[in-house]
Design a binder for this molecule. Structure first.
Ligand code: PAF
Length: 309
């Protein structure tokens, strides 16, 4: 069946209910995006399609998570190409609402607070970003809830075998802090959805895919490779149960003149608190997450690698 595009919550609910009925669906997956899709998003969508009977993707550039109006205006809007990419992965339905549809009363008075977890790392240079991101993710998770019992056709949708369809939402590991926060929101506020993390997709030379990479010159892109190289070095040391010796890795990053390092550390994957002892001068054991952020020319890049040993 061809992909369907809807722009209102009512259309989404009706089309979702029809799809679940038609496919006798027992599961629904949601892939929230801001568009400008690349292979990283394609992987999210493909994973959702493999694991669910019905898959909804959202394309919405959320003004609430941009500190800077210029950044918001400059964010690429490529809906036709996004639809083609999502259709190729087998996505059923795309919800691409207007700002007025999502925020009919203008900026919402009540928002989700990311708390202290949203103030560190990316939160330091982007105040309010995670409150805005979590607020829209909360709304998107509600919009994307399987429309069982809300039939467009008059038939009660049962999930194909009794009970409600299962509901999963897909987020990239690339935005590790956003992922940790979405998991906390869903757990702390009892959202009835399973969050599925999908590993970061990299180009052949190691650069993590990002909608922002298109703003890098060839020279800047080349310089940016030091970020994934640094993470790979940390990962190799963790796998070998060696001390991570972060100072030497930081020196490697700082040797690249075009890269302005913002932060680089190894943290607990759930709390994002730095792992003080278990990584510097003693052999690494357990779970960790190496985080990095840097400006390369005009572009701020983030990357990370989960560590486990
Ligand atoms: O990761 C993103 O693309 C956005 O932050 C999200 C989750 C779609 C919310 O706007």
């Amino acid at each position: 069946m061809a992909i369907q595009l809807v722009t209102t919550a009512a259309e989404l609910r009706n089309a979702g209910a029809r799809l679940l009925t038609h496919k006798q669906g027992r599961s629904q997956g949601l892939v929230p995006t801001m568009g400008a899709l690349h292979e990283g998003h394609a992987t999210l969508a493909r994973t959702a399609v493999e694991q669910n009977d019905v898959v909804v993707a959202t394309v919405f550039v959320n003004p609430l998570q941009f500190g800077d109006a210029v950044d918001l205006d400059r964010y690429p809007r490529t809906l036709d190409a996004d639809l083609a990419l999502l259709e190729e992965q087998g996505v059923d339905l795309v919800f691409a609402p207007s700002v007025e549809e999502v925020y009919p009363g203008g900026q919402p008075l009540v928002r989700v607070s990311a708390g202290s977890l949203g103030e560190k790392w990316e939160g330091t240079s982007r105040p309010g970003h995670f409150d805005g991101a979590l607020t829209v993710v909360a709304k998107l998770l509600h919009y994307g809830t399987p429309a069982a019992g809300l039939p467009a056709t008059g038939a009660f949708v049962t999930g194909g075998g009794g009970g409600l369809p299962s509901y999963r939402a897909y987020f990239g590991q690339k935005d590790a802090q956003q992922l940790a926060l979405v998991r906390r929101m869903v757990a702390d506020l009892n959202f009835p959805v399973d969050i599925v993390a999908v590993p970061t997709v990299r180009s052949a030379d190691g650069l993590a895919l990002s909608s922002r990479n298109r703003f890098l010159s060839a020279e800047q892109r080349d310089a940016a490779l030091v970020l994934s190289r640094a993470l790979r070095l940390v990962e190799e040391r963790a796998n070998a149960n060696e001390p991570l010796d972060l100072e030497s890795v930081q020196a490697l990053i700082e040797s690249q003149a075009l890269v302005e390092l913002d932060y680089f550390d190894v943290v607990d994957p759930r709390t994002l608190e730095p792992l003080a002892e278990n990584c510097r001068n003693v052999p690494f054991r357990g779970e960790g997450l190496a985080l990095i952020a840097a400006k390369v020319g005009p572009v701020r890049l983030i990357d990370n690698v989960p560590l486990s040993s």
